[in-house]
Write a protein that binds this ligand. Sequence first.
Ligand code: SF4
Length: 389
Amino acid sequence: MVKHALLSASGAHRWLECTPSAKLEEQFPKKTSSYAEEGTAAHELAELTARYWLGEITEAEYENRRDELAKGTYYNAEMQECANDYGKLVFEKYKQARENCEDAFAELEVKVDFSKWVKAGFGTGDCIIVADNILEIIDLKYGKGVRVEATGNPQMRLYALGALTKYGTLFDIDTVRMTIFQPRLSGAQSSDEISVKDLTAWANKYVKPRAKLAYKGEGDFAPSEEVCKFCRAKEQCRARAEHNLKLFDEAPDPLIISADEAGVILEKAADIRAWLSDLENLVFGNLMDGKPIAGWKLVEGRSNRKLADEEKVVEAMKAAGYDEALLYDRKLITLTQMESDFGKKAVAEILGPLIVKPKGKPTLAPASSNKPEYKPDEQVLAAFDETEG
Ligand code: SF4
């Protein structure tokens, strides 16, 4: 059975902010998803590929094991390509470390223990490269939904603390580099560096006292869209409900609201929208389990008509005198499907100039979004220049 830490590194961004969350989450079972299973399969393949790149296993060993993994449900060309990219990245970084320090070494799937700061805290680092002066941790994230930044990332920092505990006595390490690699987001890499002195100060002054509170389920709840997003208590947490219900309490009372006020309301609504959808899930789940919830019932959703038996449909239409060719509408599979079936690189090489990205329509985003701002005037001028040229 896989052991789970109460205060996990992956949940650190949550329990460091909202210290009572880890204890509260214990009441709710961990659910596994197909995305998590896909991630596990991708990590296994990536680890194997990196071992091959590092020369830890022979080509024959690699191929045998890879062929086994390729029988898995989630294996496809894209996953293989990502594993190759990860293996290459690990090797490149290792090679670079060796150029500066001949004793440098790389280890994969390293169990790290950061319990000096976080009670019973441990985790697994995908890859750790240790050299004189610098220790690097590489974390592979197979998901493509959210871009994760390494800067100030508490999960990476906790891994770094565990790695320093393990290897700190072997070398004179004064800096830690943390790299997050997201091959499915166009090979996105994000790195952050911190001195061992600053990392230790962060751990002693910030992490240790907050972990103490979190372990006991004490401290203040700190609900926000970001913090609650993956909390297992998010549907039933009272602190979150009260926080969201209070959001509009201080709303002013004139007859007409200004656009600025609408902006303020919309900003708060992001939290509310996520919360309402979590409440819907909770009520829906209860009704599906046969538990009545006052004011709500299940109804049949919309559905579209469909043809029950394709072969019989074709026969019937042909018998009625229609040409079979008229019954089919051949369509290309989508670009995403091609990348998944044949691999991103292969598709980019073959179709590069044929892949275009039309300009997206302007949409609303919170001011904190890291996407570049769309300036209506500039866009209009650019369009004007294009027509002029
Ligand atoms: S739902 Fe939000 S406020 Fe409630 S425990 Fe989880 S993280 Fe904290």
